[in-house]
Ligand binder design. Sequence first.
Ligand code: MG
Length: 255
Amino acid sequence: MIITSDTQRTNLIEGGKRLAAVLEALRTQVAPGVTTDTLDDFAERMIRDGGDEPCFLGYTPEGANRPYPATLCVSINDEVVHGIPNESVRVLREGDIVGLDLGLRHNGIIVDAAITVPVGKVSEEILKLLRATEASLAAGIAAAKPGNHVGDIGAAIQEVIERAGFKVIKELGGHGVGDVVHEEPFISNFGRRGEGELLEEGMVLALEPISAAGKASVILMPDGYTYRTKDGSKSAHFEHTILLDRDGALTVTKL
Ligand code: MG
């Protein structure tokens, strides 16, 4: 969406803060022995207690053959995105990494964010994957300003992930957000500077670098949602919703 009023701006920023608070609370719930459906219930309850609505629950993305059945996406280890927490319930184990992707609607405006969290102690290599992917999101946000292009964001993200020795998963990427979960433009996590759609003031975008420690090929599971890496290597995902102000991006999904 394009923000055109102060009311929309206020609602976007408040929704972003609320989503950030839920994700931070979820982060503290992550521990060995915790089940994926517990995290999903926790997220749904906290969103509804705040008077907001989960916006992934019941949403059918383009290409899917059924609505998404949960509030939260929980993707463990080689699961890349969109793992379903409440159908094949799983237990988190020491050494896992878990991606938590969540969206909510606050006063009609949708915000979307994700973090990847280590479960207990994980290897140095995997910590490096998490740090590089989070840093690539910061680089993408820094490149997101009016007058730049979608390719500037993709190039910035790609550079950080590849410099750290990891791969960008190319099938998946960021998107416009606000009125619905997925809007134009699609924002690849790779690209060339100066190419792609022009970025304009007021745009609301969800930037979401998705990386792999091994090869970048992914496969879609029979549940129609869960993507995994083909080689079984671990994958990381960080996401923020941002608003393009005149001078640059405002990250709305942070505390
Ligand atoms: Mg998203």
